[in-house]
Design a protein around this ligand. Structure first.
Ligand code: NAP
Length: 328
């Protein structure tokens, strides 16, 4: 039976929910493929990284509200990360048909999410992949890689020889943060649970087990830090700032309270929120760092796109030590 959303023309398939109603299931759905306008490109998606933002966008909260207000109308397709091959371009794009690209969708531009076999995005949202770059690794990179790189460089401004404390060092973002710290010539102390101590050490960090006492108290012995990065949320901002060296920064990516966010807006601007939106300018150095072998991405599992619901449930449990990647 023809999908009710398709009137004619080219058709794509996406895991979609019919409306924003809570508990609406994701169903493989046929949708019309948008024709690329000037500056846009069509990508045949080959790998889709899963991020907590994907399930947060379906749950009650600020992300879902924002996506409802400014995103495209239902059916709702979640997912940001994608990697694949360009199949069509509008006028004036830098990339060409046949290029392998990696990028992130942007609902603020009225784009549907990436949990689909096709995405249509603007040229400045993708980076081209070097030959031989693993497409599954590429699919896992956009949000986690860009966020981690911003925490250390663009926002964290870590210099060679400086020290960073990474809270949540075993997670998708945290593992990359540790490696970007090392790549920048810094040293890292990573906070994780007992089962992940060896993993965090293997990335070149000193590991602190948060199950054995207050990790922020134990971290004092390794500080002061030029950068404290909270990749978990829920760690006290005040306690994090106490660990900083003069001029140091406290960077948060999750669980921010309004109070903590305001702290970054008043002198001495110590706390910063990072919003890891993938753009070409941010993706290119991340892709280069992975291509050079300086940064490695741990893949927990690949799953068929039809199992998106199960993948989101696994992410939601919050215990992953590698990226989940969906394959259309
Ligand atoms: N602002 C942004 O742009 C941005 C971008 C990406 C992600 N985020 C947010 O950042 C958070 C992390 O994302 P992610 O993709 O890295 O998630 P993830 O891969 O699901 O992270 C899970 C990891 O966190 C560890 N963990 C859980 N509780 C912890 C604690 N109290 N202390 C230290 N480690 C702990 C878990 O290991 P154990 O359970 O063994 O400890 C697991 O390894 C999410 O809330 C996500 O929404 C924000």
């Amino acid at each position: 039976m023809r999908s009710p959303f398709v009137a004619g023309g080219p058709v794509m398939r996406a895991m979609a929910q019919r409306s924003w109603a809570q508990g609406e299931p994701l169903v493989m759905t046929e949708l019309p493929t948008p024709t690329p306008r000037a500056g846009e490109l069509v990508v045949e998606v080959q790998a889709i990284g899963v991020n907590p933002v994907d399930w947060k966008m379906r749950s009650r909260g600020p992300l879902r509200l924002a996506a409802r207000l400014i995103g495209p109308p239902p059916p709702v397709v979640v997912g940001i990360d994608f990697a694949g091959v360009v199949t069509a371009v509008g006028a004036g794009t830098r990339v060409r048909v046949g290029d392998r690209v990696v990028g992130g969708t942007n609902f603020a531009r009225k784009q549907r999410g990436s949990q689909a076999d096709t995405v249509v995005v603007r040229d400045d949202q993708v980076a081209t992949l070097p030959e031989g770059f693993d497409i599954v690794v590429a699919g896992a990179l956009p949000v986690a890689g860009v966020t981690a790189s911003m925490c250390v460089g663009e926002v964290g401004r870590l210099q060679a020889g400086q020290r960073a404390l990474v809270l949540g060092a075993s997670g998708g973002v945290g593992q990359l943060v540790v490696q970007f710290v090392r790549h920048a010539g810094g040293s890292a102390v990573g906070v994780c649970s007992t089962r992940n101590l060896e993993l965090v050490r293997s990335l070149g960090a000193t590991a602190i087990d948060y199950t054995q006492g207050d990790p922020l108290v134990e971290a004092r012995a390794h500080g002061p830090f030029h950068l404290v990065i909270d990749c978990v949320g829920g760690y006290s901002g005040t306690a994090c700032r106490r660990l900083l060296a003069r001029g140091g920064r406290h960077v948060m990516i999750a669980g921010e309270t309004v109070g903590e966010a305001l702290n970054g807006l008043v002198p001495p601007f110590t706390s910063k929120l990072v919003l890891g939106r993938p753009t070409r300018a941010r993706l290119e150095p991340v892709v280069a760092a992975v291509a050079s072998g300086a940064v490695k991405v741990r893949i927990e599992a690949t799953m068929p796109l039809t199992q998106a619901e199960a993948a989101l449930a696994r992410s939601r449990e919050g215990r992953l030590t590698g990226k989940l990647v969906l394959l259309p």
